[in-house]
Design a protein around this ligand. Sequence first.
Ligand SMILES: *Cc1c(COP(=O)(O)O)cnc(C)c1O
Length: 403
Amino acid sequence: MQQHRAHRPILDVDLSAPEPIPQAGIDRAVELMRSGRLFRYGEQRTGELEVSALEKEFAEYVGTRYATALNSCGATLFVALKCAGVKWRDKVLMNAFTLAPVPGAVAHAGAEPVFIECTRDYTIDLDDLRRKANGGANVLLLSHMRGHIADMEAVSALCDELGLYLIEDCAHTMGAKWNGQFTGTFGNIGCFSAQTFKHINSGEGGLLVTDDKEVAAKAILYSGSYMLYGQHGARPSMDVFEKFKYEIPNFSLRMSGLAAALLRPQLKLIEQRALVWNARYELLAKLLSQNNHISVPPRSEKEEFVSSSIQFSIHGLNDSEMAAFLDKCDERGVHIKWFGRSEPLGFTSLYEHWRYVTEPQRLQQTDTVLKRLCDMRIPLCLTDDQCRLIAAIIHESIAEVGH
Ligand SMILES: *Cc1c(COP(=O)(O)O)cnc(C)c1O
């Protein structure tokens, strides 16, 4: 038995490996470095402004009137909250299941999160949202966490009914649509990430989209435009800035020219990358679902997701068996994150770990879901055979912990 085990294949892939930057991006970045013009604005002679070009292309891509580039998605969420008029001690409704920069952005804006339960399908629970929306909050910061998109017609209708201002956190849904419409365009503001582990990569980066001209002007001013906002690529007309230009602080959250140079060619690759990611996801989902300890939630016909990672729930294992199962997977090269860990590890933390939140909140349904929730990246380089090996390793590891 021992010997048999020793011969078992291991997965020899770094599941967190990003893709290289396309050559066109590298060339343009080198050109910019040679010129020294890395700041997004010029003063006397501007030349072609990389960040402005990206903004224009991104607005065209998602189909919004305006786009503003910033230095991260977390900063973009913060600016979005400021644009929504969130003030000190205001309450902001948000998913309990999300990533730490989201409650971080709420705290940055001086506000208090009100956590909303997570469904079995890993999306926001609209019944709980309805219940908690009456507590004085008028902004919903909605995360499409790990790319899982809630029923956006229902979300929009509920926001209209309850008078909620909707900000979409699309860190994991760049390129994804609900019923043919890009995420980030359902609410008042959409926020995207260009961090290495998202769908386009400049190390760090954020993009804010909106059709609201006043929001666009405010976002540009908050981002730190000095009085050079006229150089923006997808901005409202100059008179809109007049109203706000002395009122809005410069938070210095700009994107650098270098980041934009790397991102522009990647925008054109999203569709193609999505096909590869989704094919891997479908295969993994099919293979994993064959195990009666694993469930992969069904996805709506209306959801055109971009699955750069896969989430699944494990049933019938207690906490120590879960930990043992994950260790076994890890030993064989399959690195799975577990949201049920009592201590935060790497990128995964739970709402209860965000202890700067003053009002303690308990979300039983979310606790139950996250206790079982596993999360694995899907690098674009993964082959079909490697997907089969991953599934085999997961099945065998579950069996080895006694099931
Ligand atoms: C990554 C992520 C963010 C933050 O993005 P950064 O660009 O790293 O600041 C926000 N929300 C979710 C759901 C994320 O996954």
